[in-house]
Design a protein around this ligand. Structure first.
Ligand code: URA
Length: 293
């Protein structure tokens, strides 16, 4: 965790001149209650309370970001694209308690992905609690490393994601749950098929219902399909708040997948603007939940 940064006006002006957007929370964020132990992965120590200002470390390397301002919210319902899983199966999954949901994912044989996986990857982060989860991150599907280790985003893309989280004052496992649109590795890292996405959709829906995230960050087009039901390009969807298709309410921020950013580093500035939007939305959601004195 980086040390808290206290920037004076002159330093802020200098960073602004360099095109570096500094994200400042409305209120300093207290760390959430420690997460319940998870079978999937050991969770590192809780992060220090968020600094008043956070600057992306050089490794995330960003350039001029989108201007800050009122958060735009999408008004058009995106087209729905995914085929549906059998309604009875979806209804069965929807009522499973968390531990049984984890077992159901581990034992799932609903599509062909089960044949070549080492293991299904449920996700990593706190178990459902009385308080809503802060952030649900949704990626595409496990890669080779994730398939071996049973935890999402532990390869190169995961290293970048951890840096982005760190720059945002967030940390995997602490108020942040990370999962994927499909829970089993598509062979040779091919794209997930619509049928595979459809069979896995009830698992994501059940995770969302149990965790009740304040905000969702959809990373990449398959995460967008799974959370918004849209096949519109990322470039068209990013920069505004959407609403989760599951409840029509939870804010969703669309951003580039970290693996894409490794290939196209020039888009890191846009990605950072997306994360700033997500942090603003999180602050707003947390504020909305706090009763005024
Ligand atoms: N890419 C993803 O979308 N998810 C992972 O878990 C790892 C890489």
């Amino acid at each position: 965790m980086s040390a808290p940064l206290h920037l004076d006006e002159r330093q802020r002006a200098m960073l602004a001149e360099m095109g570096v957007r500094v994200w400042s929370p409305v209120t300093a964020r207290a760390p959430q209650a420690p997460p319940a132990p998870q079978a999937q992965a050991a969770v590192p120590a809780a992060p220090a309370p968020l600094a008043r200002a956070v600057v992306v470390p050089a490794a995330v390397a960003f350039a001029p970001a989108a201007p800050a301002g009122a958060m735009p919210v999408s008004v058009l319902a995106p087209p729905r694209v995914s085929a549906a899983a059998a309604p009875e199966r979806a209804a069965h999954i929807a009522q499973l308690p968390w531990a049984q949901l984890q077992s159901a994912v581990s034992e799932c044989r609903a599509c062909g992905l089960c044949q070549k996986r080492q293991q299904a990857v449920f996700g990593v982060g706190p178990a459902p609690a009385a308080e809503p989860l802060d952030v649900l991150l949704v990626g595409e599907g496990p890669g080779e490393q994730e398939d071996l280790r049973g935890e999402p985003f532990v390869g190169k893309a995961g290293e970048l994601l951890d840096l982005i989280l760190q720059a945002s004052g967030l940390q995997r496992g602490h108020g942040v749950f990370i999962t994927n649109a499909v829970k089993c590795r598509p062979p040779a890292n091919r794209n997930p098929e619509p049928e595979e996405m459809a069979q896995c959709a009830p698992f994501l829906a059940a995770q969302i219902a149990a965790l009740r995230p304040r905000i969702v960050v959809a990373m990449g087009r398959f995460a967008v399909q799974a959370t918004l039901g849209s096949s519109a390009p990322i470039g068209q969807l990013r920069g505004q708040l959407h609403r989760l298709q599951h409840d029509g309410r939870t804010p969703v921020v669309v951003t580039y997948h970290p693996a894409y950013l490794l290939r196209q580093p020039q888009d890191k500035a846009r990605a950072w603007a997306d994360w700033c939007l997500a942090l603003d939305a999180l602050d707003e959601a947390r504020g909305a939940a706090t009763p005024s004195a």
